[in-house]
Ligand binder design. Structure first.
Ligand SMILES: Nc1ncnc2c1ncn2[C@@H]1O[C@H](COP(=O)(O)OP(=O)(O)OP(=O)(O)O)[C@@H](O)[C@H]1O
Ligand SMILES: [Mg+2]
Length: 270
């Protein structure tokens, strides 16, 4: 199978965290699956932004991104976080190559304006060009994608790269790259209800209710939107939000008993 795995930045902050993720990837490769990794880096971007004295504002889990922040996103997401993930994979015996949207024009961005709101250089994917990723997969490499991407523009323009939320990018990337499984691995066991219990399966209507009641908030919001959009675009894809913890996290996430799965239609329980 071909898996696209989105891993949260929080899991990649420490050497041991990256090593555990790398072992999970190695195990998945050994089981015969192809993998594409898309990573976040919210905490890492926040940390450097604070050191540089940048202001922080969020809208529905998305960081409002001025030109200076976009530069930090390019440096941190496309630089330090991405290269460290690649190196952790290499150390685990997994051949890996890091890419931003600019590499091979693999993905380009366009401004994301939810409800007409201007969030600055917050982008969504405009165009995915699978050639380079396919070439790497064909050569046995794991492509590691940092979701910072230029917008199509005139040669020589000075425009910042867009900050594309990694969750929002994972869906369109998975769809364009023909992923059979789309996994959002994060720091919680899945989507939790108001009492903190794991919700095993969610329909679009369930999600709407949980968002309206405020149970789904913050960084979970873009993940849910992305999961539902991916399922609409490619209904046969397995889409899950699952825990990143543990060396066997990716293979474990394929187990129906683990994490939250998304159903296209209402499910009849019982
Ligand atoms: N209903 C919910 N169930 C579970 N987690 C929720 C819920 N609502 C909000 N959250 C929050 O969403 C967080 C996960 O999103 P977050 O953006 O922090 O992580 P990530 O996307 O894995 O990392 P990154 O943003 O760095 O890529 C959880 O840690 C939790 O605090
Ligand atoms: Mg997030």
């Amino acid at each position: 199978m071909r898996l696209l795995v989105k891993i949260g930045g929080a899991q990649l902050e420490t050497g041991p965290g990256r090593a555990a993720f790398a072992r999970a990837v190695a195990q998945t490769r050994a089981a015969g699956h192809e993998l594409i990794v898309v990573h976040g880096g919210g905490n890492q971007i926040r940390a450097l932004g604070r050191r540089l004295g940048l202001e922080e504002r969020y809208h529905e889990g998305l960081r409002i991104t001025d030109a200076d922040t976009a530069e930090v996103v390019l440096m941190v997401l496309g630089g330090s976080v991405n290269r460290r993930v690649v190196w952790a994979l290499e150390q685990a015996g997994v051949r890996a190559v890091g890419l931003s949207g600019a590499d091979g024009s693999s993905f380009l961005a366009t401004p994301h304006r939810p409800g007409g709101r201007d969030l600055g250089f917050v982008g969504k994917l405009e165009r995915v060009r699978p050639e380079l990723v396919e070439l790497l997969l064909g050569g046995g490499y794991v492509p590691v994608l940092a979701t910072t991407a230029p917008a199509p523009g005139p040669t020589g323009d000075d425009a910042p790269f867009y900050n594309v939320n990694a969750d929002m990018a994972a869906g369109p990337l998975g769809n364009a790259l023909g992923a059979d499984v789309l996994l959002f691995l994060t720091d919680v066991p899945g989507v939790l209800d108001g009492g903190g219990a794991l919700l095993r399966e969610l329909s679009p209507a369930d999600c709407e209710t949980l968002i309206a009641s405020g149970v789904i908030a913050g960084g979970m919001r873009p993940k849910i939107d992305a999961a539902l959009a991916a399922l609409r675009a490619a209904p046969d894809t397995t889409v899950k939000i699952a825990p990143a913890a543990g060396e066997g996290a990716i293979v474990a996430a394929l187990d129906p008993a683990v994490g939250t799965a998304f159903a296209r239609q209402e499910t009849t329980h019982g």
